[in-house]
Design a protein around this ligand. Structure first.
Ligand code: ATP
Ligand code: MG
Length: 415
């Protein structure tokens, strides 16, 4: 038997209904914040990610699905979408479009991680980018939007974690200090963190290894080393969040797994997800557009992990109810087809069996499918123009004139 590739999943009904609901709620919310959708290819040139996400990050070092194409070029299945959006922004000269560029995306990402609950090799994100401003007001609205997506979908107990990772004016000096402090305690760290101590010291703060926590607690904190401009930005962001009644907790270790972040970084966690409790991650990327060859334009974005969002929702979705089952007999099939067309046009969920069945068998099957009611289209019914409608939960039957059927069924459907 051929199975789905490790770390990938089939989403089956009724779960797909939850996914559609979540994505529809997000789209509707984006519309009200005046964000528009962008759809970029799933395949990109590998260098897009090595340059933007950073050579020394987990994503680039060990998680990318890259392959050499037949013409010798290296391609990668996107591990995240910000780099792709910025590539498209530059390629299509969007800096010349008026106003802020407020874009959202929904779709699959690929990372070769160790699969576990809430961590897959193909997963989906709902994300947004706002390009064209460095204002902390933009950061605050972005954070509000990300939290609102979770709230609209019914997530309870979400927590916002906030940090500032500085800018090219203040971070290098801090990283240098961190590196020298790490050199002194390196022997207490794992092999990965020993390497990172030199190549990418900020990454060490990310470590979740229990044995390293005590040492990490003694390390210098970037929020104590911000330049005046970054400090002011961070203070204003916090004021803006208070203005919006958004509670937050500062977390100096929140450096996030991508190199392009500057100033604001944030993460949202939700209960009930175990170790993989981050449902949303985001941050500001003031140098990214230039890094990828574009103009000097600043931006901020976030991505919600849809798989984790759906996991965090309590599983209260029942299978969708079918509104009407049309039981037909022999020569009445053409009439049944027309009836189904009329009812579906009215938006009703209709099941028209494709094989003829005895009436009793037909109704039994309908009940199994979770159908609300069945209409019996027999010869006698057609001749009289009076159809029999049977409520499958109570067994009650009613004669309804053919012309009134649509209205009758619609009235019986809740909501
Ligand atoms: P984590 O710390 O859990 O690895 P991350 O920092 O790598 O997350 P981001 O790159 O910021 O995650 O992506 C944003 C969101 O996408 C995460 O908060 C999470 O909800 C989701 N996500 C990331 N990687 C995966 C994955 N392998 N499987 C499922 N969801 C994921
Ligand atoms: Mg990760």
């Amino acid at each position: 038997m051929i199975r789905a590739v490790k770390g990938t999943r089939d989403l089956l009904p009724p779960a797909t209904a939850v996914w559609n609901h979540v994505e529809a709620a997000a789209r509707e919310l984006f519309r009200t914040y005046n964000y528009q959708e962008i759809r970029t290819p799933i395949l990109e040139e590998t260098q897009l990610f090595t340059r933007s996400v950073g050579e020394e990050t987990d994503i680039v070092m060990k998680e990318m699905y890259s392959f050499v194409d037949r013409d010798g070029s290296s391609l990668t299945l996107r591990p995240e979408c910000t780099a792709s959006v910025i590539r498209a922004y530059i390629e299509h000269r969007m800096d010349q479009w008026p106003g802020l560029k407020k874009l959202y995306y929904i779709g699959p990402m690929f990372r070769r991680e160790r699969p576990q609950k809430g961590r897959y090799r193909q997963f989906s994100q709902i994300g947004a980018e706002c390009i064209g401003s460095e204002s902390p007001l933009v950061d605050a609205e972005m954070i509000e939007l990300s939290l609102e997506i979770l709230a609209r979908c019914g997530i309870e107990g979400a927590r916002l974690l906030l940090n500032s990772v500085g800018c090219p004016a203040c971070r290098p000096a801090f990283v240098a200090e961190l590196r020298s402090r790490l050199a002194a305690v390196k022997h207490q760290l794992c092999a990965d963190c020993q390497r990172r101590s030199e190549t990418n010291p900020l990454r060490v703060l990310d470590s979740k290894l229990a044995s390293e926590q005590a040492v990490i607690e003694t390390l210098p904190r970037i929020t104590d080393h911000l330049c005046a401009a970054c400090r002011e930005h961070y203070t204003q962001l916090q004021e803006q969040l208070r203005l919006r009644d958004i509670p937050f907790a500062e977390n100096w270790r929140l450096v996030r797994g991508l190199d392009y972040y500057t100033r604001t970084t944030f993460e949202v966690t939700a209960p009930g997800l175990g170790a993989q409790n981050a449902v949303c991650g985001g941050g500001r990327y003031d140098g990214l557009v230039e890094l990828l060859g574009g103009p000097s334009v600043k931006g901020i974005g976030f991505a919600v992990g849809t798989d984790r969002l759906v996991l965090a929702l309590s599983p209260k979705t029942a299978a969708a109810r079918v509104d009407l089952y049309i039981a037909w007999i022999g020569a009445t099939y053409p009439a049944a087809v027309r009836l189904a067309q009329q009812l579906r046009e009215k938006g009703l969920r209709v099941e028209l069996p494709h094989i003829e069945q005895k009436l009793g068998r037909s109704l039994e099957l309908a009940a199994k499918l979770g159908v609300r009611s069945a209409v019996i289209v027999g010869e006698e019914e057609l001749a009289s123009g009076q159809l029999t409608v049977r409520d499958l939960s109570t067994g009650a039957q009613k004669r309804v004139a053919e012309a009134d059927l649509v209205q009758h069924v619609q009235a019986a459907v809740p909501g």
